[in-house]
Design a protein around this ligand. Sequence first.
Ligand SMILES: Nc1ncnc2c1ncn2[C@@H]1O[C@H](C[S@+](CC[C@H]([NH3+])C(=O)[O-])CC(=O)[O-])[C@@H](O)[C@H]1O
Length: 247
Amino acid sequence: MKQSPDRLFARPLAEVPDFIFNEDVARVFPDMIKRSVPGYPTIIENIGVLATRFAQAGTPLYDLGCSLGAVTQALRRHVRTDGCRVIAVDNSSAMLERCREYLHVQDSMFQELLPVETIEADILALDLRPTSLVAMNFTLQFIPREHRLDLLGRIRRALVPGGALILSEKLRFEDTEEQALLNDLHLDFKRANGYSELEIAQKRSAIENVMKPDSLEEHRERLAAAGFRKVVPWFQCLNFCSLIALP
Ligand SMILES: Nc1ncnc2c1ncn2[C@@H]1O[C@H](C[S@+](CC[C@H]([NH3+])C(=O)[O-])CC(=O)[O-])[C@@H](O)[C@H]1O
């Protein structure tokens, strides 16, 4: 598998097309997400650790919007619960193809990993089996707003008692000063990771019609409306957070 550094937006583009998860993105994705999302490696590893508390014997664990399967691999590294398996879902064939290759590498390197099933599907059309853990790591923000509540409602109804949803998202902030400061600090994070002003500006215009972050208050309200009893933020770094939502 050839992994490359992210230079997708390094040259000036006459017109910046909307961001899509195609082969070019799949090839640079590990580098792109690490240099763009502060705390990403910490979130990934800890989802594996958190999951051990919620995983119940004989249930599938879902990784919705799995991309290259980073969460799936963390779940397989940490969860040892009898009869669990991981179901990794993404609607990008380019992402899922590479995800499968990475999972084969993981299989060849470790023994006693949870079995994994990869599904190329739109998570809005997915039939969820009763599950003890659903992870949506930076996926909900790409789902059109009008479908988010329905999706969370279906996840809530699929969760068995004692299970959990782990939801990671970029946040926006209602307070303009807080929004401006955290946005600036995120830009500094990208600069510190070697992105130029041009790369930052072009990536921003590629993503702005596609990725729509909500505020923490909006997440709390929507999760409550979907039937979640409790929302516990467990991680925040700048404008990126991860929540545990309990049924
Ligand atoms: N309707 C949909 N159905 C299925 N997949 C979708 C849909 N919409 C978007 N996706 C998929 O959601 C993923 C979002 S990336 C997740 C990172 C990963 N979780 C990680 O922990 O590395 C986040 C980011 O790039 O910021 C992409 O692979 C899309 O194809």
